[in-house]
Design a protein around this ligand. Structure first.
Ligand code: NAD
Length: 399
């Protein structure tokens, strides 16, 4: 079939297998060009390994550090009549490249929040001596909902302010219209639900389970990713429901660190910059903020995407670059975004941008390219008019 983008609001319901493979290869090339990550991890579990920061983590660990990886994700395979999800195609391309380069890789497709999936990971790690004991667990899930493993209740996360309604500028990425939105505050149940989905409880369960099963190396490290941002994004991110969930990651990281540190391990929260991913494009303020941020950072020559951020983060954490740790013990990789001169310029443009000047005042074109790129579109050298087979296998994963 010929696969074209079908964008519905902040998601694209189609994905292009060849374009996704090109995007994965570009990330591999970035890591390889930077050379080996000496002393990096060797046996890695990435939870949320198929897109965004998790995919970049898997690629950097494999092609920078030579690691064997187990990737967990929740993706949809293609059928003869319908394209699969981008994360499915990314993972297929990742497996092909990893295998060609002689790197061991296994994947599991399912609900990482569930006990069943944790059982599967444990069974697999008990059998596979190339993967266990793990020396790194990357927790990079982004999900709108979680069925709680104990109660069976499905919690849904919301993207709302806390305390009072927030009025903010916003960008409709379909119509390229800039408008003003007003978002009512979350109630207590919505805040708790968002923390249940995006907070640290599931991360803690993963580490406790794998530790109890003896599947973590003495020096095992674990990391979860967070975003902090500055004045513009704070009302709808840092101080909002998602920010409450992220604060919970800090709480859990401290607990996990206390558990892992006595044997030489570590738990960290890593603060990353804002990038275009399927998760961030769903956050109401992000598309406009990112379009302006891209403009400012590209002009300064400091623009970075997922792979540049994660590759740099791993090099920092494993001693190849000086560590940047904040007062809360978080590893910072977001300094280039939070530089006062960058934020000042984005803040200056923020009230000026409107539907008419969107293209000139912001890098909306760059934002859109990256957004479509998430789904394998707009990739160089791909013939999008050619027939492709949407059914692509991932070795060892059921279609
Ligand atoms: P993403 O949407 O690109 O990736 C989410 C991943 O989670 C995918 O691999 C998906 O398959 C997997 N997933 C979702 N639900 C699952 C489930 N139930 N079971 C198994 N896998 C599941 O998201 P992202 O933006 O890369 O976010 C990853 C982390 O990075 C999040 O914690 C996010 O808050 C953080 N972060 C993101 C940004 C940003 O700008 N995007 C900035 C800083 C930090």
């Amino acid at each position: 079939m010929i696969v074209t983008p079908k964008v519905r609001g902040f998601v694209c319901i189609t994905a292009h297998p060849v374009g996704c493979a090109v995007a994965v290869q570009r990330q591999i090339d970035v890591v390889r060009a930077r050379g080996a990550i000496d002393g990096g991890p060797a046996r890695v579990l990435v939870i949320g390994a198929s897109t965004g920061y998790g995919l970049a983590s898997r690629i950097a660990a494999t092609f920078g550090s030579g690691a064997a990886t187990l990737g967990v994700f929740f993706e949809r395979p293609g059928t003869p009549k319908r394209s699969g999800s981008a994360g499915w195609y990314h993972s297929a391309a990742f497996h092909e490249a990893a295998s060609a380069a002689g790197h061991h890789a296994l994947s599991l497709n399912g609900d990482a929040f569930s006990t069943e999936l944790k059982d599967q990971v444990v069974a697999l790690l008990r059998e596979d001596k190339a993967l266990a004991p793990l020396d790194l667990l990357v927790y990079s899930l982004a999900s709108p909902r979680r069925q709680h493993p104990d109660t069976g209740i499905t919690h849904k996360s919301v993207l709302k302010p806390i305390g009072a309604a927030v009025e903010s500028r916003s960008l409709n990425t379909d119509s390229a219209e800039v408008s003003t939105m007003c978002i009512e505050p979350a109630n207590e149940a919505e805040i708790a639900d968002t923390v249940a989905v995006m907070g640290g409880d599931d991360w803690q369960r993963w580490i406790e389970r794998l530790s109890a099963e003896g599947l973590l190396a003495d020096h095992c490290r674990t990391v979860a990713y967070t975003y902090i941002g500055d004045r513009l994004t704070r009302p709808l991110y840092g101080d909002a429901t998602i920010g409450a969930a992220k604060k919970d990651l800090d709480r859990v990281s401290a607990l996990l660190h206390a558990r892992l540190a006595p044997s030489g391990g570590q738990s960290r929260v890593a603060v990353l910059k804002a990038v275009v991913t399927q998760a961030s494009s769903a956050i109401p303020i992000m598309p406009l903020y990112l379009a302006l941020l891209f403009k400012v950072m590209k002009e300064r020559g400091t623009h970075e995407g997922c792979i540049e951020q994660i590759d740099g983060f791993l090099r920092q954490w494993y001693g190849q670059e000086p560590e940047c740790v904040d007062s809360e013990g978080r590893l910072r990789r977001d300094g280039i975004e939070l530089l006062p001169e960058v934020q000042r310029e984005v803040e200056r443009l923020w009230p000026l941008v409107n539907t008419e000047n969107l293209q000139s005042l912001s890098d909306f074109a760059g934002y859109q390219r990256e957004f479509l790129g998430l789904f394998g579109f707009e990739q160089p050298g791909v013939d999008y008019g050619a027939e492709v087979n949407p059914v692509v296998d991932i070795p060892g994963v059921d279609n």
